[in-house]
Write a protein that binds this ligand. Sequence first.
Ligand SMILES: *Cc1c(COP(=O)(O)O)cnc(C)c1O
Length: 396
Amino acid sequence: MTSTSGSGRPLLNRRLAEFGTTIFAEMSALAVTTGAINLGQGFPDTDGPESVREAAVRALRDGRGNQYPPGPGVPELRTAISGHQLDRYGLTYDPALEVLVTAGATEAIAASLLALVEPGDEVIALEPYYDSYAASIAMAGGTRVPVTLRPSDGRFRLDLDELRDAVTPRTRLILLNTPHNPTGTVLTRAELTEIARLAVERDLLVVTDEVYEHLVFDDAEHIPLASFPGMRERTVSIGSAGKTFSFTGWKVGWLTSTPELVAAVRSAKQYLTYVASGPFQYAVAEALALPGSFFDDFRAELRAKRDLLSEGLTAAGFDVYRPAGTYFVTTDIRPLGESDGFAFCRALPERAGVVAIPNAVFYDHREAGAPFVRFAFCKRTSVLKEAVVRLKSLAG
Ligand SMILES: *Cc1c(COP(=O)(O)O)cnc(C)c1O
C-alpha cells in the first residue's frame, strides 16, 4: 500500500497526519528483534487477582454479558463505581444517570472530547501528555494548548501562572491527568485548589484522567478534582479497571459526572463502540468491592518496584524523578553525557538490552522533553532486577 491515493492526496486525513505511527510500536518491535527487556509500554506482566479472573469466567459461563450489555454499562458495575466514589472520596453519583461505562479510559477520553469540543475550541492539556490526548483533541477538531510541567526540586511541577495565562475566550476545557503519566507527579491539594478556582472563574469544563488514582506512594494523596468547590458540576472524572486491577486487555473504563454531561458524552460514545467487554463488566463490579487491603497490598508491591528500579537507574547514572504515583519513572539522561532521548532510546536496546520511551513524544515543545526518558516498573521483580543489572553497564 502507498500512503497516497492515485491523485497524490494522502490517505490519512489532515487531522490525524501527525499521528501516523506510535513510538510504542517502534520500541516494542526493537525489544523483540534485540531480545531487550521492554520497560517501554506500561502494562503489567502479571495479571490481576485470581478471584477477579474467576468472576469473569463465571459471567461468561452463566451467560452474563455475552450479548450487548446496556449502553451505559451493566447496572451491577454502575452501582459498584458509584459505591467506590462514595466510599473512597465521599462523592455521590447516581448509578442510573451519572455513571457511564466505556471501552477503557481511552474511549472515555475520546468520547468526552468528541461530545464537548466544538471545532476551533481550545483544549488545555498538561505537557507531557498521554499520547491519546493529542489525537482525541484532533479528532474532535479542537486546538490543543499545552501547559508544560517543569522539573524543580525533584518533581515535575505545574506553573499555575502559566496555566492561568493559557486560558483564552476560546478555551472550552482543561484535560487534566493526575497521578500523571509519564512524570509520576501527583497534583497537590494546593495545585488542585487553584485549578478548580480557575475553572470556576473562567467557566471551564474539566475532563480529569484519574486512571492511576489507586497508585500513589509514600505520603502522596490522590484527591479527585470533582471534590473541590464548584467542580462536581463541571468535571468529568475518568477511571480504568485496566490500571487499577492489572487487566489492561479487558478495556473496562468509566466516567462519572452530572446527568447532563454524562448524557452528552454518551451521545458520542454510543457511536464509537456502543458497548464493550460485557462479561468483564461483571468481574470489574466484583473487583471494585475488594477489601481495602487489596489496594494497600498492590500499592506496597508497586512502591517496592519503584524503589528497586529508581535505585538501579540512579546507580546507572541517570537523574531520577522519583514518582509519587503511576507506574512510570521519568529520568534525565544528561548526567550520562546524552541530551537526545530519541537517539538514546533507539540505541539503548543494543547498548544495554533495555527498552525505554523518550518523553519527547509526549510534548509539543519537543525540546522541552528532549533529555527525559521514561521507564515502566509494573513488571515482575525478577525482570526489574535483570534490567537493573543490564543498565549498570551504562555507568561504565
Ligand atoms: C493507560 C492510560 C489510559 C488508558 O486506559 P485504558 O483503560 O487502557 O483505555 C488513559 N490515561 C492514562 C494516563 C493512561 O496511562
